[in-house]
Every structure is written in C-alpha cells, then in structure tokens.
Write a protein that binds this ligand. Sequence first.
Ligand code: PMP
Length: 305
Amino acid sequence: MDLSKHAYFEGKIVPLSEAKISIAAHAFLYGTSIFGGMRAFWNEEKQRLFVFRPYDHFRRLLHSAKMMSIKTEYDEESLIQVTLDLLRTDNWKQDIYFRPTFYKADLGIGVRLHDVKDDFSIFVMGYEKYVKNDTSAHVTFSSWRRVDDNVIPARAKVAGAYVNSALIKSDAVQAGFDEALVLDHNGHVSEGSAMNIFMVRDGALVTPPITDNILEGITRRTVIELARRELGIDVVERSIDRTEVYIAEEMFFAGTAAGVTGITKVDHRPVGRGVMGPVTTQLRALVDDAVRAKLPKYEHWNVAV
Ligand code: PMP
C-alpha cells in the first residue's frame, strides 16, 4: 500500500512514522473511533488535484462524532483546511484516498463514551480499486445481517462496526464472489460490505431509504442527483426485497472506494442480460467526470488542492 509520508496527528502535520497511538488507547481496545473515507482525484488536463465533496463528507463525519459523544472544536471548514494543508505537504499528483478519524484517545480500560478524551487524525494513501471486477461483479447474499440502528448505527461510520463489513466481505470473497449484498434485520436489502446499492426496475432507479440501516453515502447522493438531473430518470428511495434483486434489469454499487461498480450476476443468476446495462454505464461515466471536476455544472463539489 502506497502510504503518505505525512499524517495529521495530535493537532499537527508529522511524519507518518511518528503518528502512533498506544496499545492502551480506548479506540484500539473498543473500536471507538469514527472515520471518513474520502478521495481526491487528479485532473490531467488541469494538472490539479481535487477533493470530492469534502463539505458533505465532513458534515457526515461530524454527525458520526455526535452520535458517539465525541466533542470537537473542528467544523467542516477547518477540517477542509487541515486536509488541504496535509495534501499539499506531500504534493500528491495522483488519485488518492484519505481517512480522517476522530477517536477516543484516553489510555486504559472502561467501556463508555462519556468522559473520555477525543483526538483527530488523517492519513493518506494512493488509491487502489476496491472491487477489482468493477464492471461485471458477481455477488451473493451474505449470511450475515447488517448492523441495526439499535445495535450500532449503520449511519455512523464507527470503526468497531466494520467487523460486520469484514465478516461479510471475507465470506463472500472466500466463497468465490466479488462482493455481497446484505440484508437488514427486517430482511430488506441494505447495502454491500462498504458501499450503497442501486437497482433498475421497470426503468426506475431504486435504492434503499436511509431508514433501512445503510450508511448515508455521499456517492449515493451524487448518483441520485445526477440520475434525476442529467438522465431524467425516476429515482425511488424504498425498501428492497431480496427476490426483487433477482429480477432487476440492472444493479450497481456506489461508494467512494468502489465508485460505480456494475453487478452482473447475483447468486449465479444474471442481472438483466448479464452485462452492465445502459443506466449503470451512463451513471458510471457521469460520476467519473463529476469526481474529476469535469462537469462545470457540478464544480461546487470539487475543492482544488
Ligand atoms: N456503506 C458503507 C458501509 C460504507 O463503508 C461506505 C463507504 N464509505 C458506503 C456505504 C459508501 O459511502 P460513500 O459514498 O460516502 O463513500
């Protein structure tokens, strides 16, 4: 993995090798950190790096912090500033992924959220494809259920909850699939291991509502906006039953790391004709242009480094 030379740690930019927490840290012992998964994209023509929707990402991060009783002086603007300072330090000229994290930093045991010191960090890495087979993924229904809002909120990016994602991902990959679809406690399709899900049914784009135990994805929001405004497609946010997936015309994942990943087979059944369909293909191209600051109408999503 191509890691950054520098990190943001305990209030300043330091060499990554110095950004270390103790084995007695609360976040290490209990998974009590919350994080963002963000990307910046290199625009070859403009010879510049652009961070995609940092305001929305940091807003979600601060919401996750609030759910976990993490107190902070940072707001969206100051988090963007810290990010830009860090990205400039290493002078990245390629697609990158970075991870801002608020964590419970006190040392010693004690399972709780209150009266524990919080801290903040960011590290960066070169971007690597999340789903290798991203135009014809074969997925399966996981035997694991998605964490429920009354167990660990899926709408918060809580580190500890990613044990759920890891179980889902490894079982799927080790059984020969590219990824998995995950049902929630009510038996509705929630999302993939770390990406949101869309299907096309009767020409409309359908995605689970934010009340079906999903992360409120920024890519999901981007896809919804682009589908409505640029393609004029109906977008419906509603619960999805398991067997609807078997008869969908198209399906895809949407996420920061996954981009728009075409799903062409579910449990050995072809999705539609078994190749990436027209809606997925068009949205994939639109999202790719949007993240790279190539859509003038949506340039407010791109912050130049
Ligand atoms: N769901 C989960 C569980 C995720 O971890 C992610 C990745 N952050 C997503 C969905 C997609 O969200 P986003 O588009 O904001 O990256």
